[in-house]
Design a protein around this ligand. Structure first.
Ligand code: F6R
Length: 608
């Protein structure tokens, strides 16, 4: 969601800005633009559509200082006039990620002062505000800092002034932004992947930081205005890990990376015969001792991981667990239980609703907080008391895949730790669970080997408009996840139900045009599920069943069985996720959609 790149260098920065924007494309956007200082003027180019279109427009553009942006519309439709950068009086240029909540009152004030607005965006108030202070003699740094005190909302900003061609100002509050440190050149970006071709040395700016950046030097000021030193870190993310390689799409690559991502996430327990709370942070043992329930907060796919975990936590660890959609929880009047462990789940760690939900929980008096997240430097990881980092590596495809399965691994580890602390795990059981976990990478690989068969199955969905997903027990959230994957990348309307709910309504929808996809693990609910499948078949519905070995569900007319290699017990939801990811992927290929960048969606939802 919105991407920022900026550079101050001795060389032409336009190729750096364009490459950076291209690498941020996965975040989702509808228009793109850049501005550089060229021959003493602000030279701006903007376009709706792809960064490739912007590239065509900027063939003659050059400059050694510039800022660039991919926009995801919030205030004002996607159009060239609303695309960033925004300019004030051809003097100041600004790119912005986030939302300014008090933009209407600022706009009224600035209009009365004679500023002419040329867009419908909230960002335009920022550039005029900075101009209003700059023209009165403030330095660019001070003009920006004064303006920030007048803004309510979230921002990551890049600011330049035409008469200050050696300086780039940036600031962040509520939206991610980092600095890249080169030799005689410096950069800013929304995430490190944008800068990897030029540097892997980065400074993660903190909430409220403002930086004044030049070619040879920089100064960083914290939220109270004091000059501070932030560590320069060498990013572990390699250029290779964000490149597509031989895969057709990032989503396909990331689906195939799951065995490795799971193995990496399990690193902390790979050689042990027992599991310790310390893998969740130094204070985890004390916190886990003090809590009597779990509250999981998350959005989208991460929410589905939380729903699976509830089955594990209650059944294995015997601890009550509730799972809430973060955007609902943050506005609901709930009854806080200060003895609950609040677990936030997030791939990006920057999702605005999940951050707000955690802040809300803390404001309600929750002190035991744990972030399970894929991005070490993210806001959520910094905010929570305890943390567990999934080791999925950068996830570029908008549809979350490897982040989900590694979250499940982390949640299973949490379950085991809590079960052990509550005396609900014998040594033998603990060893068995750890062995099962260690077998997961190999087990997931075997499921991925079904890819050609699933690709073939997907051909039958090419003309479908709707689909119904069924699961029972801890596989019901997997049905939800399968439906979400299918709808977001193939645009087929899909719904998921616990199979037992069929006869309470959705059965009315079933006919020959409604494919019904079912997850059929070999567990205690198998016979119940089989009855539900008969209900579908009896109404002429076509069944696609992902069935474990020995389930004795046979292929027949209208019933397509995809045999899963093995049954993984409690870990079965992880294995059953993979074929549904592959199904969604291959159906999207049939439909010819933009798999990695589905319409209207952003990777990292940093606004409400
Ligand atoms: C779906 C998907 C989204 C995210 C959701 C939360 O494939 O990716 O539903 O899961 O936006 O994002 P994170 O996990 O980054 O908080």
């Amino acid at each position: 969601m919105c991407g920022i790149v900026g550079a101050v260098a001795q060389r032409n920065v336009v190729p750096i800005l364009l490459e950076g924007l291209q690498r941020l494309e996965y975040r989702g956007y509808d228009s793109a633009g850049l501005v550089v200082i060229q021959d003493g003027q602000l030279q701006r180019e903007r376009s709706t559509g792809r960064v490739a279109d912007l590239r065509l427009k900027t063939t003659g553009t050059h400059g050694t200082l510039g800022i660039a942006h991919t926009r995801w519309a919030t205030h004002g439709v996607p159009s060239e006039r609303n695309a960033h950068p925004h300019l004030s009086n051809n003097l100041i240029g600004v790119v912005h990620n986030g939302i300014i909540e008090n933009y209407e009152s600022l706009r009224t004030r600035l209009s009365a002062a004679g500023y002419v607005f040329t867009s419908d965006t909230d960002t335009e108030v920022i550039v005029h505000l900075i101009h209003s202070h700059y023209k009165n003699g403030a330095s660019l740094l001070d003009a920006t800092r004064t303006s920030l005190t007048e803004l309510i909302g979230a921002y990551a900003l890049g600011v330049i002034a035409v008469d200050n061609p050696d300086q780039l100002i940036c600031a962040r509050r509520g939206s991610p932004l980092l600095m890249g440190v080169g030799v005689g050149e410096h950069f800013i970006a929304s995430d490190v992947s944008a800068l990897l071709p030029v540097t892997n040395r980065v400074i993660y700016l903190e909430e409220g930081d403002v930086a004044e950046i030049e070619r040879q030097s920089y100064r960083i000021f914290n939220a109270s205005g004091a000059e501070v030193t932030r560590p320069v870190q060498v990013s572990k993310i390699s250029n290779e890990s964000v490149s597509l390689g031989t895969y057709r799409h990032y989503m396909q690559k990331e689906i195939h990376e799951q065995p490795q991502a799971i193995a990496d996430t399990l690193e902390s327990v790979c050689n042990s015969t027992s599991i310790i709370p310390g893998i969740f942070g130094a204070e985890a043992a004390a916190s886990f001792d003090a809590v009597n329930s779990i509250l999981i907060l998350a959005c989208g796919t991460s929410y589905h991981a939380g729903l699976v975990a509830r089955y594990w936590l209650e059944e294995i660890a015997g601890i009550p667990c509730t799972v809430e959609i973060a955007s609902e929880y943050r506005y609901r009047t709930s009854v806080p239980n200060p003895k609950a462990l609040v677990v936030v789940l997030s791939q990006s760690g920057e999702t605005a609703d999940t951050q707000a939900a955690l802040n809300h929980a803390m404001a309600l008096g929750h002190v035991h907080t744990l972030a399970i997240c894929n991005v070490a430097e993210s806001a959520l990881v910094r905010l929570a008391k305890l943390r567990f980092l999934t080791r999925a590596g950068p996830e570029i495809g908008v549809a979350s895949t490897k982040a989900f399965t590694t979250q499940l691994v982390a949640l299973f580890l949490l379950t085991l730790v809590l079960a052990k602390q509550r005396g609900r795990l014998t040594e033998a059981q603990e060893r068995q669970h750890l062995n099962d976990l260690r077998h997961l990478p190999a087990a997931t690989q075997k499921v991925l080997d079904l890819e050609p068969k699933i690709a073939k199955l997907a051909e039958q969905f090419a003309t479908k408009q709707h689909a119904l997903f069924l699961g029972r027990g801890m596989h019901y959230p997997i049905a939800l996840e399968g439906a979400l994957k299918l709808k977001e990348i193939s645009y087929i309307h899909a719904e998921a139900y616990p199979a037992g709910e069929l006869k309470h309504g959705p059965l009315a929808l079933v006919d020959k045009d409604m494919p019904v996809i079912s997850v059929a693990p070999n567990d205690v609910l198998l016979e119940k599920l089989k009855s539900n499948l008969h209900e579908v078949r009896a109404r002429g519905g076509e069944l696609f069943v992902f069935a474990d070995a020995n389930t004795h569900i046979r292929s027949e007319d209208g019933v397509h069985i995809m045999q899963m290699p093995e049954h993984a017990g409690y870990l079965s939801p992880i294995l059953h996720t993979l074929p549904l990811q592959l199904l969604a992927y291959y159906v999207a290929l049939q439909k010819g959609t933009d798999v990695d960048k589905p319409r209207n969606l952003a990777k990292s939802v940093t606004v409400e």
